[in-house]
Write a protein that binds this ligand. Structure first.
Ligand code: PFF
Length: 461
């Protein structure tokens, strides 16, 4: 630890969550997003259902939860943004660890730029559900609507701008009057909508088929790629690897517990992903559609169903509102990481930094709205490289660099074995699994396994 100087005024005035409950709601808001309602159902569909879900649950438990605790612990120990957190907590002479924080700030910037484009699609579908409902439209026309939207950059950019405008509007209010206040409004609405949609799905013919698809594992369908996808998704869905949870943890008061809140966030996030699947797949099966429709599942496939349902307009409005709210509570955490950096490290005024950074992120999102290849590239870069690499170093730092005494304080109310189990998982199990994932992304695993020497050794040839 660096020697104690009295911190500058702006750091003393840093906000904090009003209660533990407020933190759980806001952190769950960050975790629950497009990843749960858009991505989880479609990758589950593509990778064959139950067995994929099973591996995903394991990944959340073995990699996600331990890292979530680690990030919250780091933030709460330093009460600073991710860069400041690593500066404060690194031992003397090892300030290079702050690079991990820098990478987090850059990731927040990049991820939000394309995240907001997708959120813009969702927002445009909320308005479409009211003003130009899908009711009665033939499937080809509905499919064409999505193609039309994603090939009209001008329109996409307008929705992207509107979404960023709301995001900035919330973050500008700061921790209590922005993040906390809006999480308390949006999250209960989100829970209410998803429960309603599940109740609705329970009345459809395909309910049992949908649940069987989601929960009955068929391990013969499980491919190595599916396992690595599940692992990668456990990062994205829990907002890990870029300091979002460090930042949210940094607004926790010293006396608050971190273990139960972290478990609550992981459980809520998983629950919402499963509930989203339970709402979507029964509808998909009832109408004989393919669950493996890919990224278009919620934008292309579901509206086909909404067009045929009684009250389809209401269901479609609720579904896309759910998607937009989920995206908004995640987007604010992405923006908060970047804003917290300028506010904490440079002492800049939040009211000025937030709109400026928000506008720059909007600009970076423009090429994603115009070129699919740019969108795919930034998505690939952040989900497959930035987050796992960030998570890898956060895990190693927490397990091997951070002073033991600092870690143990947070576990004081729990039995010693819990601390040991967590520390071991963060230091060994999570980094090894993440390293395998990263190597695979670069094709290095394939390269290694195709080497004639290794194949001979393993008796493959
Ligand atoms: N967890 C969000 C989701 O599932 O949509 C995405 C996300 C938010 C990733 C914030 C990273 C982050 F820092």
């Amino acid at each position: 630890m660096s020697e104690k100087k009295s911190p500058p005024e702006h750091l003393l005035q840093r906000g904090s969550w009003g209660s533990k409950f407020a933190f759980v709601l806001a952190a769950a808001g960050s975790a629950i997003g497009l990843g749960n309602v858009w991505k989880f159902p479609y990758i589950t569909g593509v990778y064959g259902g139950g067995a994929f879900v099973f591996v995903y649950l394991f990944s959340v438990l073995l990699v996600g939860l331990p890292l979530l605790i680690a990030e919250i612990l780091l933030g709460k120990s330093a009460h600073r943004d991710p860069v400041g957190t690593f500066i404060v907590l690194s031992p003397k002479g090892k300030k290079y660890w702050q690079l991990v924080g820098w990478m987090g700030v850059v990731s927040g910037f990049v991820i939000l730029s394309f995240y907001s484009v997708v959120a813009g699609w969702a927002l445009s579908y909320v308005f479409r559900s009211i003003f130009e409902p899908f009711s009665g439209l033939p499937p080809e026309k509905i499919d064409h609507l999505f193609v039309e939207l994603t090939s009209s950059p001008g329109i996409e950019i307008i929705w992207h701008f509107i979404f960023m405008f709301f995001t900035v509007g919330i973050v500008i209010g700061g921790v209590k009057k922005g993040l906390e206040k809006w999480s308390k409004i949006l999250m209960p609405l989100l829970f209410g909508i998803i429960l309603f949609l599940d109740l609705y799905a329970a009345t459809t013919k395909g309910f049992v088929t949908g649940l069987t698809f989601l929960f009955k594992p068929d391990f013969t369908k499980l491919t190595p790629d599916a396992i690595l996808q599940a692992l990668g998704h456990s990062f994205f869905t829990l907002s890990l690897g870029m300091g979002a949870m460090i930042t949210y943890g940094s607004y926790l008061k010293d006396e608050e517990d971190i273990v139960v809140p972290a478990v609550s966030v992981a459980v809520l996030d998983t629950l919402i992903a499963l509930l989203a699947g339970m709402a979507i797949f029964p509808i998909v099966f009832t109408f004989g559609l393919k669950p493996s429709a890919g990224p278009g599942l919620v934008f292309r496939t579901l509206p086909v169903v909404f067009a045929k349902l009684h009250f389809g307009m209401v269901i479609s409005f609720l579904f896309f509102t759910l998607l937009t709210f989920a995206a908004l509570t995640s987007a604010i955490s992405l923006l908060e990481v970047v804003v917290a950096f300028f506010v904490d490290e440079l002492g800049w005024d939040r009211k000025i930094v937030t709109p400026v950074v928000g506008f720059l992120i909007f600009l970076l999102g423009v090429p994603s709205a115009i070129w699919d290849s740019f969108f795919d590239f930034v998505d690939w870069l952040s989900t497959n490289i930035f987050l796992p690499v960030g998570g890898f170093f956060i895990a190693l730092f927490t397990a091997f660099v951070l002073e033991e005494k600092l870690k143990k304080i947070h576990f004081a109310r729990y039995p010693e074995y819990l601390y040991r189990g967590w520390n071991f998982t963060v230091g060994w199990i999570s980094p090894v699994l993440v390293a395998i994932m990263i190597l695979n992304r670069f094709g290095i695993l394939k390269l290694i396994f195709s080497s004639p020497f290794l194949r001979k050794l393993l008796g493959v040839e």
